[in-house]
Write a protein that binds this ligand. Structure first.
Ligand code: SF4
Length: 186
């Protein structure tokens, strides 16, 4: 490693802190990540396949993770009659309550002590780094729906928006959520 190596070592240490913190409330780090994803993902992205794409892990590991969360009563499978994919994973009330004790809160508190502009700058840079790292692995970005090239704002027959890829109506709340199919505007 040459240029930027210190930055990468810092990132690794930060990742280690987060990983160590995430053994809380009888959950593992991956289980926390899956809960976070399900709290932020749109209805097209709450499937085992989408969780697998997001975590970048094997199908088997993700299926064990989801089974453990279901056994603990933190997530459930629900039918979505308006969606052709039909079955989605959802946080239960207990899952939502547990997420209020998210171990990331500690880092969030540390981040609040930094100037807002500095944090925004850091966020932009980390996003660029992640995008490039995912591109090299054919990973999916999971960006916000409203930043997708298929997002059609305020169209006839929308609710008020529409997805041009899946041909489904989208609410304003949907537009804020992240999506497995998202492709950033060029
Ligand atoms: S517009 Fe893009 S991000 Fe939104 S639902 Fe469609 S594919 Fe997903």
């Amino acid at each position: 490693m040459k240029d930027g190596s210190n930055t990468l070592v810092l990132l690794e240490r930060l990742g280690r802190l987060l990983h160590n913190d995430a053994h809380r409330e009888d959950l593992k780090p991956t289980q926390w990540e899956a809960l976070r994803l399900l709290s932020r993902a749109n209805r097209f992205s709450r499937s085992p396949g989408a969780v697998t794409a997001y975590l970048g892990m094997t199908k088997g590991t993700v299926s064990q993770t989801l089974a453990a969360l279901e056994r603990k009563g933190l997530i459930k499978k629900v039918r979505v009659p308006t969606d052709r994919r039909n079955l989605a994973l959802e946080l239960t009330g207990e899952g939502k309550t547990l997420l209020r004790k998210d171990p990331l809160a500690d880092l969030e508190a540390a981040a609040r002590r930094l100037p807002k502009r500095q944090m925004a700058h850091l966020g932009d840079n980390l996003q660029d780094l992640l995008t490039e790292a995912l591109r090299r692995r054919d990973g999916r970005p999971f960006g916000a729906c409203k930043t997708c090239r298929y997002f059609q704002p305020n169209v006839d027959g929308g609710r008020p928006h529409r997805c041009g890829l899946l041909e489904e109506p989208l609410s304003t709340q949907d537009s804020q959520l992240i999506c497995v199919e998202q492709e950033p505007l060029g």
